[in-house]
Design a protein around this ligand. Sequence first.
Ligand SMILES: [Zn+2]
Length: 762
Amino acid sequence: MGQQKSKPQKPLDSLVKKMKVSQGFITLYSNEENTLYFALEEQLLNKDILVVTRLAQLPSGYSAYLNAGSKTAEQVIRFEKKGKTIYLKQISFTNQAEEDDPIAQSVAENNFAPRIAAFPIKNKEEDRFLIDVSAHFMADSPGFNIIRKSDKDLYKMGGVDKKRSSIDAVKSFPNNTEIVHTLTFPVGKPPRSNRSETFSFQINHSFIALPEDPMPIRYADQRVGWFTLKKTDFSSPALKADSYRIVRRWRLEPKDSVAYANGELVEPVKQIVYYLDPATPMKWRKYFKQGIEDWNEAFEHAGFKNAIVAKDPPTAAEDPDFSPEDIRYSTVRYVASTTRNAVGPSVSDPRTGEILESDIIWYHNHLRSYRNRYLLETAAANPKARTLDTPEEEIGEMMRRVIAHEIGHALGLPHNMKASNAYPVDSLRSGTFTQKYGIATTIMDYARYNYVAQPGDQNIRFIRQMGPYDDYAIEWGYRYFGKSPKEEKEILQQMVDQKSLNPIYMFGGYGNDPQAQTENIGDDPIKASSYGLRNLKIVASNLSDWTLKPHSDFDDLEELYGELLGGYRRYIYHVHRLVGGVYETRHQSHQEEAITYENVPKEKQLAALVFLKTNLWNTQNWLMDKTVVGEFSNDGILDRIQNLQKAALRRFLGAKQLNAIQSSWATLPGSGLSAEALIDQLVNDLCTNQTASPDLLERNLQLFLVEQLKTLTTSEDLNPTLKTEIEEALALIHRWSKRMKKTASSSQKAHYSYVYRQTLMD
Ligand SMILES: [Zn+2]
């Protein structure tokens, strides 16, 4: 046994001479030679410690799903001492049983926690224990989960090369300890861009103290949008183990519970505090703070005042130890990078869902996307947006709303893509309506701009804001009852029963529901997209005027044109999704007036196909304005537009897609559109009903339709009755092309002859 052979132990101080010390949660001793010791205080033993592992840096092109900041593991561990050894034990909190229930014993036995590492104690003191963890962090140790098996095989990666690995930075704070290290692997089959045959990863581990007294849980309700954790309850009276979900939220308790119970607004015992990053430019700080504190109004619905505060970072004189890495501080980081994004990750207690800390990251270039889309989506009706030098207060307003959205995530709220469906499209053209209610019921939808309002509409709100759903969701998650989780569940259930079927308070957003789409606004995609396109055409014809400055090159114009195509594509797909669409309404069995799944009515689907004929299948010459395209592109634009059409057509004509459309039409309530009717309509719209002589794009699309239909006739997946329908459709096109080639002009004759030959069936 290793520990029996170990040398007589020395006092701790004599073992850490010349090493750098970082005092804190776990006291660290380290040196430049990749040596790292943990000094564990006795009271730290057997405590639940959360360990979050994230990639700090990774090889470029390594994975489409991972990026800097991606979490690779989250585990609860304990340090346990036995004799002269400290064991690192991994604990799971997925399986719960009430402690006085005899089954708790069995749950414990069947979830025997694995020991993932063992460290001999080096020092002789009995109240703190020095262990050498260098080897643990110089290897891909169990529990880190950095390299997936599939990636290991894909790239033929070898084991860690210790010579090229290192412990980079270690720091302890009162409630957390941060370890940053680099692991390097030889790679047998690297991606083409990698000539070094090496992958290096920089990894960040956070060891986090979990609260001594766990926060009471709150049971989730799938009708209200909350981030959740899944648990399994073996004490459940049901015959099988019940799985249930709890919500992730901050611990808010009233300072004065008597006043709170009397309905007065009360401050929480502990406010949620966000610090701005010292790197945040002064001129934007005001907007960041507003975005954070916008949530106070929602918290008032839960009975709290000043629940959330934004603060400037302390100066070095005020607090020399301030660090965004310190878990006691939640921060909004301002990162100078070309990434166009913002994210809001948070760390929560896996036992209870209590959010302990969150760091919002704002990437500087995010502004650029917002600036561009503000112009493209609103400038027709909004003169302030007709420039790339967007006025500061407009940009500030957009930043404020992005921050509010990210804070929403950090408070526990996921996206609610159903929210924008609550408002009638025409209300979005009303100044009084939009100023009061915004453009969607929540900031948690992807409803960024009011693209519906038309030139001449007065006093319009163009930028998103908070809405009534935010108040409701926060009240549901944060109202304090001082009762047991089960008692609270009853009260909350009633609150949701009264509201969940009212579109204002509806939650949804996953699956095939055309009422829960990203980036759309209003309750009628056809109407909203028609308004959006009308505006986009005005912008397209003014694009040069509104964006070019004297002596400038055409890079901005090219960028905006690309994003204009992107905007066009979004409006098209908002309508596309109606075809074969199924509405989804989250509800519980006692809400008898609702039904979970229902087909989009047939008339609506046919109207969507009419929209697609006018705005997609027919050539959109306005997208190819020669004075714009001529400034930056000498080829490729036609292909880009054609590819957009083809992709939209292909989405209808996949075997899986058609089978699914047929299945929902045949089995769900609501009229719906059959797959046969869809195929008939597409053949009509693209070929047989065509009046004018087709141009190049339209002829190509006809050939593409034929090609897709022919592929379907040989598909093994397609439902057989649909296969017959496809053959009939091809026969119809065949007869039509036969007629057309007789009467067509000489230039078109070859086209119809080709279609005729392509549709000859053997
Ligand atoms: Zn989001």
